[in-house]
Write a protein that binds this ligand. Structure first.
Ligand SMILES: Cc1cc2c(cc1C)N(C[C@H](O)[C@H](O)[C@H](O)COP(=O)(O)OP(=O)(O)OC[C@H]1O[C@@H](n3cnc4c(N)ncnc43)[C@H](O)[C@@H]1O)c1[nH]c(=O)[nH]c(=O)c1N2
Ligand SMILES: CC(=O)C(=O)O
Ligand SMILES: [Mn+2]
Length: 492
């Protein structure tokens, strides 16, 4: 099932996969230089109340929601202004102390874990919604603004911010990981939706990636600095302001669920729906194991089969036609059990449960925690890659529910794992790596939306090649010559 090249890599690496993991968790390679004097200097910048070396605070900031082992910062600093961020960055840079921006800690690849100690810079107190330009369909927010809070604020404007990772993440954290979610098939990912960023560079300089105050839908003015920082995972600078696109709340929304006997039939339906040019808002796949978890955790009684969750957004006029065309395609592919949810309460219940799938999957093994994977392939390869992933899961005799933003060719396995069960943990780690290799072998990527973090650094080299990663390292050196920004992330 793998190409010759990948088979060779697997042969070489099967015995070294575990050491990779060990290396990820290895001892800090640099001595952190957070002395008492340094902490006093931090306090003189942000005030005593905004600096903490308490164990509980460091613990809370030393991990995200992933399976990756905690990495404690030496000190946590709470910034209240851009000036705070700038002065703290300069202090860290002058003293070559690591600086890790912290959004809301919902990442899934260990992005905030402090691998070399240092300063965790929590920006949640900077939570101002600076402006909403309703007629221009954009808004500008500080890094403490969360996506759900933003949408609550926008409620009366008739607009919404559509990017929806399952968690209630910070909008700037979402910029940093290039997040997406269930709406990406219609509205795009963060990459397509960020118009401008204010970034504090490690030496304390503040830049606006598209120029101060600019918020146009398009520009040909030089390099795309905005998209350099989208997905930079805190390794280039701290994002202190983001201008993002907004959309009109659709006049009518229809959600629907249907089932299939095979992954192929479900994905064929998705491809045909897209080929018909139907502007679907959500096209999500849950396999039979995921549906079991969904039923158990969220008290649904859905048919346990390969399933599609769909959503249509649009003017009332014509939306029924779109729905009927999709219904025909579902029938043509032997889909069954089509049910709709039209009322807001019913729809919200369905999508809340979908957004909680990471936790739902843990209901399949009491006491387990999630180990999530994330690959993306051109959609034509999706059935093959999902079926082969299911085979790997079966062969390893582990539980692995599959959930996918199938309209984008993106899917996850949320393995419920008891972390003390080293044998299962190793198996899951191995499948996760093999999935990424398989996806890359099919012209895909090792991460569609969760990022590289600390978990996929070796895979990034396979994906881009040494030369590609070296070019990225050169960019990093230009912005961060002392290597203080989130060290050990993205690059080995
Ligand atoms: C239940 C559930 C469900 C989902 C997800 C998580 C969970 C727990 N996620 C993952 C997660 O929500 C996503 O990665 C967010 O973008 C992380 O935002 P945080 O604010 O939590 O960043 P967090 O604090 O976790 O940081 C993530 C990375 O960004 C950096 N960073 C944060 N704020 C920064 C700033 N202001 N400036 C510079 N760097 C900064 C950090 O240093 C770190 O490297 C996800 N994702 C997704 O794409 N699609 C999905 O469907 C889901 N679904
Ligand atoms: C966790 C995640 O990415 C999802 O639920 O889609
Ligand atoms: Mn996802």
């Amino acid at each position: 099932m793998f190409s010759r090249q990948v088979k060779q890599f697997l042969k070489r690496s099967s015995s070294t996969l575990w050491p990779y993991l060990q290396r990820n968790y290895g001892a800090p390679s640099r001595q952190a230089k957070v002395t008492n004097d340094f902490v006093s200097s931090l306090k003189s910048i942000v005030g005593d109340k905004n600096v903490s070396t308490a164990d509980a605070v460091r613990e809370q900031h030393g991990h995200d929601e992933s399976h990756h082992e905690i990495g404690l910062p030496d000190v946590v600093v709470f910034a209240e202004s851009v000036q705070h961020v700038s002065e703290v960055s300069k202090l860290c840079n002058d003293n070559v102390v690591s600086l890790i921006p912290f959004g809301s800690g919902t990442g899934l690849e260990g992005g905030v874990n402090a691998l070399e100690g240092g300063v965790c810079l929590d920006v949640t107190k900077m939570d101002e919604i600076i402006e909403v330009n309703a007629e221009d369909f954009d808004c500008t927010v500080r890094p403490g603004v969360m996506r759900i809070g933003l949408n609550n604020y926008l409620r009366d404007t008739g607009l919404f911010f559509p990017i929806d990772p399952g968690a209630d993440a910070s909008v700037c954290g979402m910029c940093a990981t290039s997040a997406s979610g269930t709406n990406a098939v219609r509205y795009g990912t963060m990459r397509e939706n960020v118009l401008n960023l204010e970034v504090v560079l490690p030496d304390g300089r503040v830049i606006d990636t598209a120029g101060k105050g600019r918020r146009t839908k398009k520009t040909s003015a030089g390099y795309n600095l905005t998209n350099l920082f989208v997905g930079s995972e805190g390794t280039l600078g701290t994002i202190t302001k983001a201008t993002v696109r907004l959309y009109g709340v659709p006049e009518k929304t229809i959600s629907a669920v249907c089932h299939f006997n095979s992954v192929q039939e479900a994905v064929d339906t998705v491809v045909q729906v897209l080929q018909c040019g139907i502007p679907m808002a959500k096209l999500e796949f849950l396999d039979d194991v995921a549906i079991e978890a969904f039923n158990k955790f969220s008290k649904f009684d859905m048919t346990v089969a390969q399933s599609l969750f769909l959503e249509f957004h649009g003017p009332a006029l014509g939306l029924e036609d779109q729905f009927n065309t999709v219904k025909e395609l579902i029938d043509m592919n032997n889909g069954f059990g089509l049910k709709t949810a039209i009322e807001a309460d019913e729809r919200n219940k369905l999508w809340k449960a979908r957004h909680e799938m990471v936790w739902a999957c843990c209901s399949l093994i009491p006491g387990s925690k999630p180990y999530s994977t994330d690959v993306c392939v051109p959609i034509s390869h999706l059935p093959d890659v999902i079926v082969k992933t299911k085979e790997m899961i079966k062969e390893a005799n582990v539980i692995g529910p599959i959930v996918g933003h199938v309209g984008d060719g993106n899917f996850h396995v949320f393995f419920p794992v008891d972390h003390a069960d080293t044998e299962t943990f190793k198996k899951v780690y191995d499948i996760s790596h093999r999935m990424a290799l398989l996806a890359m072998d099919r012209n895909g990527t090792c991460t569609g939306e969760h990022g590289i973090g600390m978990g996929k650094r070796d895979l990034l080299i396979r994906e881009l090649g040494e030369e590609g990663v070296e070019a990225m390292r050169q960019v990093k050196k230009t912005f961060d010559p002392n290597g203080i920004m989130n060290p050990g992330k993205v690059f080995c």
